[in-house]
Design a protein around this ligand. Sequence first.
Ligand code: SF4
Ligand code: FE
Length: 508
Amino acid sequence: MTLMNAETYRESLRQRKPLKVWLDGKQIDNVIEHPYIKASINSVALTYELAHDPELKPLMTATSSLSGETINRFCHLHQSTQDLMSKVKMQRLLGQRCGTCFQRCVGMDALNAVFATTFDMDKKLGTTYHERFKAFALAMEKNDWIVDGAMTDPKGDRGLRPSEQTDKDVYLRVVEERADGIVVRGAKAHQTGAINSHQILVMPTVAMKADEQEFAICFSISADAEGISYIYGRQPCDERKLANDEASDIDSGSSCYGGQEALIVFKDVFVPNANIYMNGETEFAGTLVDRFASYHRQSYGGCKVGKGDVAIGAAASIAELNGAAKASHVKDKIVEMNHLNETLFACGIACSANGSKMASGNFFVDPLLANVCKLNVTRIPYEIARLLQDIAGGLMVTLPSARDWLNPETAGILEKYFAGAAGLDTRLRIRMLRLIENLTMGRGAVAYLTESMHGAGSPQAQRILISRLANVDEKKIYAKALAMNNSLETVEAAIRAGLTKVRGGKKV
Ligand code: SF4
Ligand code: FE
């Protein structure tokens, strides 16, 4: 059993074959030390390091259902609703610690979704994917891998099905079947932590129709496999990190940690049979997508709340540094921020507490509540960020460069005119404003805001799921029974008769 720490994780990345990574117009070879990437590796490394902290171990680790060993929770198949809640609490904790995306949740969510779906597929279709996937799950926990759960295809023209696209490669697909495996071509977009991962677990991007078999594909592959390349995603203000000096540290807002997204390109990549967990079983593509999406929508009820805690801490701090902490409207706004943030946490906990055991043995979240959680995530962090910017004041966006603070000719002027509350450190005020800028408009906003909108599916996807799962027909029965009857007995009888009818004759 391996329980890596931050350093052994970094070393394990160095052990990979050189990745083909393009960043800002150039192919780079320093994928561990590049200033953009280094900060994102630090965020992932936290998930390893904190697993060794005696106090945090109960949250950061779990007992494997496959091996009985103590493993990192990110490699765990959830065995109870308690496990699901611990996952959310762990994500909140990590969000508080780094204030950005720690990238490892997509692999955990894909692990649980593929485990359950291969089980169901084998049972219905007589395939043998589950044992194969179990071997992958065991290797994942044994090696303490970070796995990129790769779902989102670029999708080309959204009005066309995969096979109708002018260039079919915009949906990742099988281009050749061989006796020993398959060859795939395509890409996965917005891939969180892709370059910091050991493995990629590819899943279909949408439900597939019966004739879309070439796109109904699920497999795992090493991040350094032949034919895979990466093009790094730009983030707002990322160039502020490039100089790698004190001024760029200050101006980047949060210099230690960062997130990471990239486009992964699969150029005729060979996948051996042992690594394939779905190949053409179109009727299960939608199930896999929905399960992964629900798990990841639950994840946001933890990770975004942790980042929200940082936002609230920043609001309270800057209010003090500005000398406005006692103003009643500021106090009230901070109460509102807490109310909103804990509402999200309540959603994350609720969909976990109301989870249930699947046939495969691992636990699934309540999908309706997970979708409600994520739909709230598309709004609440934006409102928290708005209140944070309100409390911070306009200086957040008009502040001179840190180089002017470090230049003796201008430092005194800035100290004089940007001093805030009496007796408090002007430099701390400046750094706090940069943190707020980062969190609400800079690199940190990718993880806290933009990803809140589109990560784990855009808001319309949650609306569709909510409309499918909310069971409005049953709600109509309650309303009609109450409106139409005038005795306790007939109300109850009407409800029971109605429920029996909508539940396909199953007596209630
Ligand atoms: Fe985890 Fe949040 Fe990053 Fe998704 S956005 S990988 S849930 S930290
Ligand atoms: Fe995400």
